[in-house]
Design a protein around this ligand. Structure first.
Ligand code: TRP
Length: 327
């Protein structure tokens, strides 16, 4: 039986951190064998906010693609490409924009979050409003069956389904209604205990060198009530413990017991974690060195991915144009 197809995307924000890894990338890598995977760098979506200062988009694309490859996205199994290299996405976005009302887009809860986070007020571009319509085009142009996303993106998948349904009703069965594959809850906090985010400066990057990892973990917050080794700790509020859960699951019970009973101090605990995270990232570091000295290979992977994606995108566009009587 043919494998089901997945389309996943990320905006090129530059080098990725452990939060991206735990929240998305790890899941993508896992899904590679079960599904046919399309991984897209959403560079047009990156323009919907902060386009005034997006001078690094090209470099960010390379940095992010390298991180994907280092984390285990395998170009032999999966297509990796840049959204704007398949301009058919924009064409389908235009067609779809007829099938959605602006009121529907204004109700999008993810948009409301962005407006609040970025203090946009009334200053919302036509492009930002249409963000999920472009996302629907990204997904449906490949007739993807599933989309691995975090909870915040679920409303966009819902809208994608609505657009698919509306198109099918008006013009005949063309698109599947894709489902969201929600990432198993695994939001990794930043070193300060808040959401890990580049803008906050509390990240550990996949590309960090051992001395950077050491510095960051040594300053990661633990349980403020645990001052001496003998003080009983509270792992449930400790960020270092959360990291152990993710990167050192084998020792988790033992660490919890030793911490609670005042036998394990935070410094020793952190040193152990530093080794685990450093070891975890070390194969990626090796791979990165090779790729960074061979950027043309990375470019080739993106070109090759776009070429293959485009064949499928064109087929879909032919059907859409036929259905909508656009030559
Ligand atoms: N909106 C997604 C995000 O911010 C990125 C994205 C663009 C995407 N197009 C997509 C995700 C298509 C999945 C499918 O994370």
């Amino acid at each position: 039986m043919a494998k089901k197809r997945i389309l996943s995307g990320m905006r090129p924000t530059g080098k990725l951190h452990l939060g991206h890894f735990a929240g998305a990338l790890e899941n993508w890598v896992r899904l590679q064998d079960e599904y046919e995977n399309f991984h897209m760098v959403a560079n047009w979506h990156a323009l919907t906010t902060g386009f005034e200062k997006n001078l690094d988009i090209r470099q960010n694309i390379l940095d992010m693609t390298i991180d994907w490859l280092c984390a285990g996205i395998d170009p032999e199994k999966s297509l990796i490409f840049v959204q704007s290299d398949v301009p058919e996405h924009a064409e389908l976005h235009l067609m779809f924009s007829m099938l959605v009302t602006s009121a529907r887009l204004e109700r999008n809860p993810t948009l409301k979050e962005v407006i609040k986070d970025l203090h946009l007020g009334e200053n919302i571009s036509y492009g930002l409003l249409g963000y999920p319509v472009l996302q629907a085009a990204d997904i449906l142009i490949y007739k993807a069956n599933a989309v691995p996303v975090g909870e915040d993106q679920a409303p966009h998948i819902e809208l994608t389904r609505e657009i698919a349904r509306r198109f099918n009703n008006l013009y005949g069965q063309t698109f599947p209604e894709p489902v969201a594959l929600l990432t198993p809850f695994s939001r990794l906090p930043g070193t300060d205990g808040n959401r890990m985010s580049k803008s906050v400066g509390n990240t550990i990057q996949l590309a960090d060198e051992p001395d950077q990892i050491k510095k960051k973990i040594m300053s990661t917050i633990t349980d403020p009530q645990k001052i001496h080794i003998s003080d009983p700790g509270h792992p449930e509020i400790c960020t270092v413990f959360t990291y152990h859960k993710k990167f050192n699951p084998g020792e988790i019970d033992q660490i919890e017991r030793a911490c609670r009973s005042g036998k394990l101090g935070c410094v020793a605990d952190k040193k152990n974690l530093i080794k685990k995270i450093t070891d975890f990232l070390s194969p990626m570091r090796e791979k990165r060195r090779i790729l960074e000295s061979n950027i043309s290979q990375v470019e080739e992977i993106l070109q090759d991915g776009a070429g293959k994606a485009r064949v499928i995108a064109r087929e879909t566009m032919d059907q859409v144009k036929e259905a909508m009587q656009i030559r």
